[in-house]
Write a protein that binds this ligand. Sequence first.
Ligand code: URA
Ligand code: SF4
Length: 277
Amino acid sequence: MSDGRALARQYLEQQRLLGGDAVILSDSRTVAQSDSDDTPAIVGRVLASARRPRSDRPTVRPSDPGVRPSDASLPPPGISCDPPSADLFAADPVSQAGTLQAVAALVAACTKCRLCAGRTNTVPGEGPDDARLVVIGEGPGRVEDETGRPFVGKAGELLTKILGAIELPRERVFICNVVKCRPPENRLPQYDEIAACLPYLHRQLELLKPKVILAMGGTAAQTLLDTKQSLGALRNRVHRFRGIPVIVTYHPAALLRNPNWKRPTWDDVRIARRLLD
Ligand code: URA
Ligand code: SF4
């Protein structure tokens, strides 16, 4: 692939992850033209739309001299999602699981969706059962599948650094994913896989009762808040899941590809930190 096409593809991918408007090219020749000198124009348009100023820019600006975090106001409220809590009298074993370990044991034996076929290990999540912050990602990757632990690959290293930056050692945080088995080739989990796995996450949150939830990436945010809104639209709001504040930010894997998003992610995690204090 030529450099121009690679660049165009990279920006289109950024646009998708940012949750910007769909970019529809009018005919196939437009794409072919991206091999030619037209590429910068196409990329320029995509970039211009990705950079469109949002009225809901973060209100916390860490570099503003004289603005201490406590001075900054919190972002406005967003979605409130209140799925029914587990019925303790139900026969369903997930609702009956009384500890995080019991949930993990159910996950380890689970065959409720096709992802069980390709897994080496289930990755239920890990962290103390009195964690005040819960971080939710999308699903295990290769290293996670090999080890049975969440966020231990490259993206995980970055997550550990991000948590360190807000003075939260990762050992004090409960870290988990929407789906507990690795999707093949790290593809997005499909709707029915998410639906099959969601009771485990809901039960984990019910047992943990965290003070704040950090949803990393579109899959975590959209699943938790039961919405199709884009990541871009969901950032900079304090959403609620059963009353617990939910902050939405980029997925660390997206940050590895787009270091420009580290700054907005930093803004988001500082908001989560302030909600914890
Ligand atoms: N990405 C995720 O969403 N979760 C992990 O556990 C690792 C990478
Ligand atoms: Fe079960 Fe979830 Fe694994 Fe699917 S992804 S098999 S629902 S634990």
